[in-house]
Design a protein around this ligand. Structure first.
Ligand code: SF4
Ligand code: SF4
Length: 116
């Protein structure tokens, strides 16, 4: 549970939508301006396409703050690991055992949250 006085993260999608900005809120678009990704050639998160095809609720689609899961017109799932925040949400919400193989990127790669 988030304490009342903690900053709240607001997922501002689509990007063309201008969400009201309050002093105690962090807009994800603002976060993205302060993030770098050092992309490895090896995916640190891998989906089991067979398991995903049989998934009816597809929680990853709405849970991933970076919108990295995409459902194709034929119902299969595409995942792009490149701009992953490494938050672990997809792994936590997925209720299909073995669907997601999740690791942190290898050393020197992955997300870098810049500080001003
Ligand atoms: S990753 Fe998990 S929640 Fe997402 S489609 Fe696959 S089985 Fe479903
Ligand atoms: S770890 Fe977070 S940002 Fe990365 S794919 Fe999963 S939900 Fe999306």
């Amino acid at each position: 549970m988030t304490p009342d006085n903690s900053p709240k993260i607001v997922f501002n999608r689509p990007k063309t939508t201008v969400a009201p900005k309050k002093n105690d809120q962090i807009i994800v678009d603002d976060v993205l301006e302060n993030v770098n990704f050092r992309i490895s050639s090896k995916a640190h998160i891998v989906l089991n396409s067979t398991i995903c095809e049989g998934c009816s609720d597809r929680r990853c689609l709405i849970a991933c703050p970076a919108s990295l899961f995409v459902e194709t017109s034929n119902g299969s799932m595409i995942f792009n690991y490149e701009n992953c925040f490494e938050c672990g949400t997809c792994y936590l919400v997925c209720n299909q055992e073995g669907a997601i193989t999740w690791n942190y990127p290898t050393g020197g790669y992955g997300v870098d949250f810049l500080h001003s």
